[in-house]
Design a protein around this ligand. Structure first.
Ligand code: BGC
Length: 896
């Protein structure tokens, strides 16, 4: 889908046209092992002049670095394409083959037809495109042991000639690490990513050229249960996605300098053994007995005579996909901020932050000493750890010392959500650095910054960010600590838009959307959680708002990244879902097939009518599907779903709208009807008044749950009630975001009053209420997508500073969009409003500034009307609106 070319000319004398930057293929930097037949390219336009646009581009793909260096597109040359498109540009050359390595470059033309220099070359490499490319077998070790010990696998092989390059393609049913000649190769944790392993499993490709040496080599692997075999959910169900034991599939391909190749694959020539990791599961934790360490097991020369022959398992035809989304990685290490000893020999390490990952132990002592690490989010009043809210998750790692001097341990196949680590069994007093926190999560690229004049708000942003960090474990999860940690769809859909402002989520959600359709039942229903653990845990028919993630998430990816492929891929699935709701609810009110029907989950005291909520979700999904059909140029689909949306809206209004008010309306319902434009325009005022009055009647407090909270501040701001929105946002008493912050939260709680509630459903790290992050970026910072745009092609910069003294006095935020960095910074006092805006090249922005006259605004000292790059200035109801092209602007508005 090519977009219209922007005709504005770059006329600035400052700045210049440079080569494109930020080259990405399938959202990744130089990816290795992808399996898209037509990979997509993106770049940022390197033109620092004002109002810079790209009028054309040329992409070349070369077979070698040498050809790329000579600007030769010997694989594919797009030629000059008249288009402003700088992302989602598809490779359209000859069919790409397994293992093919490609080099690519791009150059752009400006509005005057002047070309940039070629970019630096970027690369990508294809993975194994066909099942027949795999000659490896699934290997593991049969065992009846309970709990299940981790399995060690090894094989020696020789490298006979000088190596040009070597790759490992690897995955597991379970979780794996692999080693070459004693060195750990994969930097990922809990690999492979989480899918429904009965249907599909993802492999990764590793460049191992530097790990091999001439002569004898050894490859080793450790296999744990992972999500495949480990317990999932409160039911402690194990083996959810297939049969024990865990299995490895690994294919090492060596290409020699003489052009010949050699493959070393997992098969019955491998050997296997148990080892020091006696048990390890997601919830219980890990037991590691270092006395059983097998020194050198992953190196050549190791005597593996006591090891058994590996068991080989038949291939069940599970789809193998390249993992394009980032793996889980260790990204940060936290040092303790305090160590206490609430009872003799029990030491509590406070890491100062509710984090997710592992504790690293450093210890020294006699062989056989068992050190126990228990993890917790909070403390009891007596300073001991509080673990009741972990429910059945024991979250305990046990390390049995080898006695060989300084020892270090962190678990392999479990993870914990915690701020505090209780250490017992330590010989003597543990050193200050005996415990550190290894933070791990899907390593998406952080994309934003946010800082303002309120410490409370800054802390809230920090908490929202850490809430997301702790809940991206290959899929978006509800929580990271108790016996749950599932891909709850309702949570993810309300937080989806906020998450895009925090990290680069496009590939992550593309993968998860595929999981959502993998879990779809034959009648079209989506599930509550994805990957789906089975009908003995949750019904195959999920709940309203939870199932709707199947439409909202792909839409959000389209909106924020301009990605149409996710819509194409999910389209049939989305239609089947919507048709399922329609078939079961022919009169437009969603009365039937609501699964567990969670409603507006964990609200602040006010229950919302579940049929009303469900029907609004139904309307919204139908409406979005109509929009999606339009984006895909499917006119019939557009009409069909617009028709369903209209019918649902009319049925809703006929049933619930009486004399200008919605019956039984809660803040959630009124916010949703406003945001979704369900309310007829002549009734908008009275419904908005109802919403504001309800807030006022609660002492200016919210009463919403997971679903309503996502819409509340947006609805207020969109109806001219920024002041009310800001008031709710800045509250510090219950129920509010500020309340959590004031109580010392370092992440976002599951409930508005988690501090007062019992242990049962009370996580201190649940991102759902962090959905206010969307409003913070769009309305407070003013970094938003213009109403009819996608992919931040056109911005709406309309920050809402509010009355000086009653809101915030300053704010500084940035967001790295697919076009590059967008920034907004403002200061507001009684006499002036200062706004600095950065708009990336090839993007324009509609800017709105509160002012009583156009003459009150100047840019860099010049009247607005004379500012280069500014056009279409108009004054409307106390707001001056105008359009700017790319560049950096400093607006100063004098107040009268
Ligand atoms: C989860 C939620 C989820 C909910 C369903 C809970 O146990 O933690 O976040 O959305 O169940 O209502």
């Amino acid at each position: 889908m090519e977009k219209e070319i922007i005709v504005a000319k770059s006329k600035s004398s400052t700045g210049k046209l440079q080569a494109p930057e930020m080259l990405r293929c399938e959202y990744a930097e130089n990816p290795l092992g992808i399996d898209e037949a037509r990979p997509r390219f993106s770049w940022t336009v390197g033109d620092t002049r004002r109002a810079a646009v790209q009028s054309a581009y040329q992409v070349i793909v070369s077979a070698s670095a040498d050809a790329a260096g000579k600007d030769k597109g010997d694989v594919w040359d797009s030629g000059r394409v008249e288009s402003n498109r700088s992302y989602g540009v598809e490779y359209s050359g000859p069919t790409l083959k397994s293992r093919q390595r490609c080099f690519w470059k791009v150059r752009t033309w400006d509005a005057d037809g002047k070309s940039s220099a070629w970019s630096d070359a970027a690369t990508w490499e294809m993975g194994l495109m066909n099942r027949s490319d795999w000659t490896a077998s699934w290997v593991g070790m049969k065992s009846d042991a309970v709990p299940v010990p981790a399995v060690y696998l090894r094989k020696s092989f020789s490298v006979t000639k000088p190596v040009d390059s070597a790759r490992v393609y690897a995955t597991a049913l379970g979780a794996y690490y692999f080693y070459l000649n004693g060195q750990k190769v994969n930097d990922d944790f809990f690999a492979p990513g989480w899918t429904d392993y009965r249907k599909r499993v993802m492999y990764r490709t590793y460049d191992v050229t530097g790990f091999l040496s001439k002569g004898e080599n050894a490859v080793g692997a450790i296999l744990g249960s992972g999500w495949y075999m480990g317990p999932l959910s409160w039911s402690k169900k194990t083996n959810t996605f297939g049969d024990a034991p865990a299995k490895l599939l690994l294919q090492l391909e060596v290409r020699y300098k003489d052009g010949s190749t050699e493959h070393v694959v997992s098969d019955d020539t491998w050997k296997c053994s148990e080892g020091p990791i006696r048990s390890s599961d997601i919830y219980a934790g890990e037991v590691c007995d270092a006395r059983l360490e097998m020194v050198g097991w992953d190196k050549t020369g190791f005597k593996d005579t006591a090891w058994k022959k590996a068991d080989v398992f038949p291939d069940k035809g599970i789809a193998l996909n390249a993992q394009v989304e980032s793996p889980i990685r260790f990204v940060e290490e936290l040092k303790p901020v305090a160590i206490t000893e609430p009872s003799p020999g029990t030491f509590i390490f406070d890491l100062g932050q509710n984090m997710v990952g592992l504790a690293r132990l450093k210890v020294r002592g006699p062989a056989g000493t068992e050190v126990r690490l228990r993890h917790a989010e909070i403390l009891n009043p007596d300073g001991t750890i509080y673990t009741a809210n972990l429910r059945k998750a024991e979250a305990t790692d046990r390390y049995i010392l080898s006695g060989k001097g300084a020892e270090e341990f962190s678990a392999h196949f479990t993870y914990h959500g915690f701020r505090y680590v209780e250490v017992t069994g330590c010989p003597g007093k543990p050193a200050k650095d005996a415990i550190t926190g290894l933070v791990a999560h899907t390593a998406l690229r952080p994309v934003s910054s946010f800082e303002c004049s309120s410490d409370m708000v800054n802390k809230l942003f920090h908490n929202i960010y850490w809430g997301f960090r702790g809940n991206i474990y290959s899929v978006p999860t509800d929580c990271p600590q108790r016996d749950e940690r599932l891909g709850w769809m309702g949570d993810a859909q309300v937080f989806g838009r906020t998450s895009t402002y925090l990290m680069d989520t496009a590939a992550f959600y593309a993968k998860w959307s595929r999981d959502i359709s993998d879990a779809q039942s034959p009648d079209g229903a989506y599930t509550d959680v994805c990957p789906y653990p089975g009908s003995d845990i949750l019904p195959p028919n999920g709940a309203p708002a939870w199932m709707d993630a199947g439409i909202v998430i792909p839409w959000t990816v389209y909106l924020c990244y301009g990605d149409t492929r996710i819509l194409e891929r999910q389209y049939d699935s989305m239609c089947r879902y919507l048709d399922f709701v329609t078939a079961n609810n022919p009169d437009g009110i969603w009365a039937n097939k609501r699964g567990n029907d969670y409603g507006d989950w964990v609200p602040a005291g006010v229950e919302t009518d579940k049929t009303m909520l469900a029907t609004l979700c139904y309307f919204y999904s139908a409406h979005l599907l109509s929009e999606i059909s339009g984006v895909l140029n499917n006119a019939a689909g557009k009409d069909k779903y617009a028709g369903i949306a209209a019918k649902v809206r009319d049925a809703f209004n006929a049933r619930y709208l009486k004399d200008g008010h919605y019956e039984n309306a809660t803040q959630t319902i009124n916010a949703m009807v406003i945001e979704m434009s369900v309310v007829p325009s002549d009734t908008l005022k009275s419904v908005t008044d109802d919403l504001v009055k309800d807030i006022e009647s609660r002492g200016w407090h919210l009463s919403t749950g997971f679903i309503g909270t996502k819409f509340l501040l947006l609805a207020l701001s969109d109806t001219g009630h920024d002041d009310v929105a800001r008031r709710l946002f800045l509250n510090r008493d219950y129920p509010s975001w500020g309340y959590m912050v004031e109580q010392g939260a370092t992440t976002v709680w599951e409930r508005w009053n988690s501090d007062k509630m019992g242990p049962d459903m009370n996580s201190r790290n649940h991102f759902a209420f962090g959905s206010v992050g969307e409003w913070m970026f769009r309305y407070l910072a003013g970094i938003d997508i213009a109403p009819d745009a996608s992919g931040f092609d056109r911005l709406l910069v309309s920050p809402r500073p509010g009355e000086p003294g009653r809101g915030l006095s300053s704010l500084k935020a940035s967001y790295d969009s697919i076009h590059g960095r967008i920034a907004s910074e403002w200061k507001n006092d009684a006499s002036v409003f200062l706004l600095n805006v950065v708009v990336p090249a090839n993007v324009s922005a509609v800017v709105r500034i509160p002012a009583s006259s156009i003459e009150d605004i100047a840019e860099a000292g010049k009247p607005l009307a004379k500012t280069e790059g500014v056009s279409g200035i108009k004054l409307q109801k106390g707001t001056v609106e105008f359009t700017v092209g790319s560049g950096s602007y400093k607006f100063k508005t004098v107040k009268r």
